[in-house]
Design a protein. Structure first.
Length: 589
């Protein structure tokens, strides 16, 4: 039984089980909170682009309550690799670092993972992980979203699983080598310390839990947690009609071969209480930087599936949830790229497309829980120097992202940021941006008619403009998508509208495209109009009063109310013309 107590012999009272279960979840959240409060970069401290979780010594997922979809659900593969590589050579106080997508099962190079083994009375019982997006990881362009690298080595420093603390002693030589190969070593050092501090908190909390309840009781609770979760998830999958369902989604291009869309295709098969998500029909691995490694594809596909399960499970998914799901992506596929493929853009594309295709397929299987895609990511990396300090900077933001996709029964969230993060990555504050970076906000507002219409509409798109008040800046639009491809709606709802990006020079609008490099001179204004979330259901079935409210609140225009929703509104009185609306909708007044 590998040390596991047979189910028939477990004697766990409900209060203890609940306490242990919630302790693991709250500890994972506390790890993230520690990083939020102590990190210095805009990415971690403001956007919260990080995740934390707990696994056991058999690499089973125990607690992953929140975080970007690409970072944490698949980290059982990283834990398994580390347990194999360091078999017999893990000790209390060790910390291991990796960002390698191929040898460490990471997402892309900027997402650095810190792993700590947790021992109790000399026995390895658990593994804690914090993973955070670093402000730089070396490579050809600051930040890691360089769209035209020769191979992955152009994207930055590749760190295989390596000890940076050995029995509690810092391996300063290793860390100095790492920090010497990034552009902002002091900032990265502070963020690294914050992520390591989260691991220390986890070790302390779990050790206290083991001391209070004892090894056997805690491990029995873990086995019970996983088995209960698996039973619940299997019952829910069994309730989905057996069948084969399809979804697909495309990204604008791969950043190297321009203006050629890259497609992800998902075949979801429900058979009894098991779900298989097969991405074999997706495009082949690409020259450009949009490729996903298998761990990233697995994580997105599983996260997309979780959206269709009972929301009460949201905070408690673990290895039991994944036991009844299989994710297939052949080697050499854009969803399972092989070394030395570039993967820098994968969190935005193709990673988002994996999530979108999964959700589209399962929306067909479960129309009563149908989900539309969120507004496409409208990020960027800007590198320049700040005349106020004379220092270089690299800036990224999620501020221009559109809103969330609709869900059957509910409109999309306003102001949600990118489906890839599923709400865990947030918008920063305008004041914080202007303090940290030489960019002044000109306009920042919801954009009318930039959402997917539906019986339940998507969250609104955004209009965002900022002025360069610093020196000449280089803009990489690699973390943007949606200029030429739509994020899908669901069961008759409209997709997310196309987005646009531009700069204003002497009042003239100059279009900018995704996955390119551009320059923005001092005094020029960078602007984005971002599509919001997709809609769910036929727009002409939307309640008339809700359409009127959307016009009054300027989410849509009177023309859109008429054309998309079949609702006629009098501009002078802002009231619905019932007779004209009945004609437009083909129903009796």
């Amino acid at each position: 039984m590998n040390g596991e107590t047979p189910v028939s012999e477990r004697r766990i009272d409900p209060v203890t089980l609940s306490t242990v279960w919630h302790s693991f979840q709250s500890t994972a959240r506390e790890m993230r909170h520690v990083v939020d409060r102590t990190a210095q970069s805009y990415l971690l401290a403001q956007l919260h682009d990080m995740a934390a979780g707990i696994w056991d010594a058999k690499s089973r997922t125990i607690a992953v309550p929140e975080g970007p979809t690409s970072m944490f659900l698949s980290q059982k593969f990283a834990i398994e690799t580390i347990l194999e590589k360091f078999e017999g050579n893990l000790h209390p106080g060790d910390v291991i670092l990796t960002n390698d997508p191929f040898k460490g099962h990471c997402n892309h190079l900027p997402d650095w993972g810190f792993i700590r083994p947790i021992f109790f009375e000399g026995e390895l019982l658990f593994m804690a992980l914090t993973r955070g997006h670093q402000m730089d990881t070396g490579g050809s362009f600051p930040g890691g979203y360089f769209p035209n690298g020769f191979d992955i080595h152009a994207e930055g420093l590749m760190i295989p699983p390596i000890k940076i603390y050995d029995r509690g002693v810092e391996r300063t030589d290793v860390l100095e080598l790492v920090w010497n190969n990034v552009r902002f070593p002091e900032g990265v050092r502070i963020d690294n310390a914050a992520l390591i501090a989260g691991l220390t908190i986890c070790d302390n909390r779990i050790t206290a839990l083991l001391e209070k309840y004892g090894r056997d009781t805690v491990l029995d609770c873990v086995d019970e947690m996983l088995e209960r979760t698996e039973r619940v998830v299997r019952r829910q999958i069994a309730a989905i009609p057996d069948g084969v369902y399809h979804g697909e989604s495309a990204t604008d291009d791969d950043g190297t071969v321009l203006d050629e869309q890259v497609w992800v295709r998902c075949e979801a098969t429900v058979k009894g209480d098991e779900l298989t998500l097969d991405f074999s029909a997706s495009d082949d691995q690409r020259r450009g930087f949009v490729n996903c490694v298998y761990a990233s594809t697995y994580s997105r596909a599983v996260a997309g599936s979780f959206l269709f399960l009972d929301p009460a499970l949201t905070e408690f998914h673990n290895e039991g949830s994944m036991a009844c799901m299989d994710v297939i992506a052949p080697e050499g596929n854009v969803c399972n790229a092989q070394y030395p493929a570039t993967v820098g853009g994968s969190p935005v594309n193709v990673g988002t497309q994996v999530l979108e295709a999964t959700v589209e397929a399962l929306s067909q299987a479960m129309p009563d829980r149908a989900i539309a895609a969120w507004g496409r990511r409208r990020g960027h990396y800007i590198s320049g120097s700040d005349p106020r300090t004379g220092e270089r900077y690299v800036q990224t933001t999620t501020d221009a992202d559109g809103g969330g996709g609709a869900v059957a029964g509910f409109d999309g969230f306003e102001g949600a940021c990118g489906m890839s993060g599923l709400g865990s990555i947030q918008r920063g504050s305008m004041e914080e941006v202007e303090i940290r970076f030489p960019w002044r906000h000109v306009r920042y507002q919801f954009a009318p008619d930039m959402l997917g219409a539906g019986k339940w509409r998507g969250g609104s798109g955004m209009l965002w403009e900022v002025e360069n008040v610093g020196s000449r800046a280089t803009l990489a639009t690699g973390s943007s998508d949606g200029d030429t491809t739509h994020a899908p709606g669901a069961i008759g709802g409209d997709p997310s509208p196309l987005s646009t990006m531009y700069k204003l020079v002497d009042g003239k609008k100059i279009p900018l495209q995704t996955h390119r490099m551009h320059e923005v001179q001092p005094g020029e204004i960078l602007g984005k109009v971002s599509g919001g979330g997709g809609g769910v259901g036929d727009p002409r079935e939307r309640e008339v009063e809700k359409v009127l409210d959307d016009v009054v609140n300027e989410f849509i225009t009177i023309d859109a109310a008429r054309e998309s929703y079949g609702v006629a509104i009098d501009a002078a009185t802002m009231t619905v013309d019932a007779d004209e609306t009945a004609k437009l909708r083909g129903v009796a007044a």
